[in-house]
Design a protein around this ligand. Structure first.
Ligand code: COA
Length: 339
């Protein structure tokens, strides 16, 4: 083992998820707006999404996902030092979702902070947690991501409201020697903000027509976001592979943010990653923003496709416009792909 390989780092030791019970199919949506199952499946790959109950908010979804995580990991709430919550649909401006999760699960020793990185929230959360754990600041950090996007859709905008769904996921990032993260990148293009945003209360975004928008709803220029996502994710995936000194064919799994199956297909074509090595939650959950990557990972863990030691490339991208990703060996320290 080289010195570099033996350095302290971090691993993702376990994953938890939560999906609301109610299912909204494309046929259900076709009764709400002028659309069809055929159009939605062909243009996006989505068949259904989960919808939070009226009384269910992002903090509830995130609490349930974190409880699932701690149960699976066999970790006591008091062993967690920091909760990082990634969401673009928090219950309140404050208190933070992270503080609500910390309280409800009795994590009496943990700090709590929300991050706003839209659909890249999980990858940004892992980037921060990996840094904090690898540097020795913390031993154990929970990254929890959740969204109740169904509550902030404009149901007059059929090109947008058909895309999004609700859900949550959580990861336990823990010290590991050697570290399991092979590379981690972040990036942003704030000039693209007007292409995908949630209307604010204080100031109109550039180009927004005066007085036409209710506050708090998602607006997007789907074509621009599509084009940006394909170019940015393809370029960044190559950068991550270079940093990790890996090639596309050595990846076991590619898990891009589940936004649209056609974005994933285009990125795979450009990067040479085989489409059958991708994991996605798009078909059953729709676009769940920050939660889409853990919701794609969980079923693959459950059915044995994703195993400890396998090499996984995660990539999140979304409103901001922001993006982030990692290459990591899946699972706790010491696990190998063939055990
Ligand atoms: N049902 C039926 N027709 C619809 C529709 C719907 N839900 N939404 C839009 N259309 C129509 C449009 O009105 C338009 O009709 P026209 O040609 O008669 O004017 C036609 O379909 C094409 O519209 P367009 O907006 O060009 O469609 P598109 O092929 O770009 O698909 C998206 C729209 C939103 C699915 C696509 O742009 C997309 O997925 N973009 C990325 C969005 C995304 O992933 N955002 C989140 C990133 S984190």
């Amino acid at each position: 083992m080289t010195n570099a390989a033996a350095r302290r780092g971090a691993c993702v030791r376990a994953l938890g998820t939560y999906s609301p019970a109610a299912v909204r199919t494309n046929q259900d949506l076709a009764r709400m707006v002028e659309t069809s199952d055929e159009w939605i499946v062909r243009r996006t790959g989505i068949r259904e999404r989960r919808i939070a109950a009226e009384h269910e908010y992002t903090s509830d979804l995130c609490t349930a996902a974190t409880r699932d995580l701690l149960d699976r990991a066999g970790v006591a709430p008091d062993d967690v030092e920091l909760v990082i919550a990634g969401t673009t649909t928090p219950d309140y401006a404050f208190p933070s979702v992270a503080a609500m999760v910390q309280d409800r699960l009795g994590m009496t020793r943990a700090g709590a902070v929300d991050i706003q990185a839209t659909c890249a929230g999980f990858a940004y959360g892992l980037h921060l947690a990996n840094g904090l754990v690898s540097s020795g600041v913390h031993e154990r950090v929970v990254v929890v991501v959740g969204e109740t996007l169904s509550k902030v859709m404009d149901y007059a905008d059929r090109a947008t409201c058909i895309l999004f769904g609700d859900g949550a996921g959580a990861a336990l990032v823990e010290a590991a020697t050697p570290g399991r993260f092979r590379a981690s990148v972040v990036g942003a293009d704030g000039s693209g903000g007007p292409h995908l945003y949630r209307t604010g209360l204080s100031r109109r975004i550039e180009g927004e027509a005066a007085g036409t928008l209710a506050p708090g709803l998602v607006r997007q220029n789907g074509r621009e976001v599509f084009r940006w996502a394909v170019e940015t994710v393809s370029r960044s995936v190559c950068r991550l592979l270079e940093r990790a000194r890996l090639t596309a064919d050595t990846l076991d799994w590619f898990v891009p943010h589940s936004a649209n199956v056609r974005i994933t297909e285009a990125v795979c074509e450009r990067t040479g990653i085989p489409l059958d090595r991708t994991l996605s939650s798009i078909e059953r959950c729709g676009n769940t923003s920050a939660a889409s990557i853990p919701l794609a990972l969980a079923p693959a863990i459950a059915d044995g496709r994703l195993r400890p030691g396998q090499t996984v490339l995660l990539y999140g991208f979304g409103g901001g416009l922001v993006h982030a990703g990692q290459i990591l060996e899946w699972g706790p320290a010491g696990a190998t792909a063939h055990t």
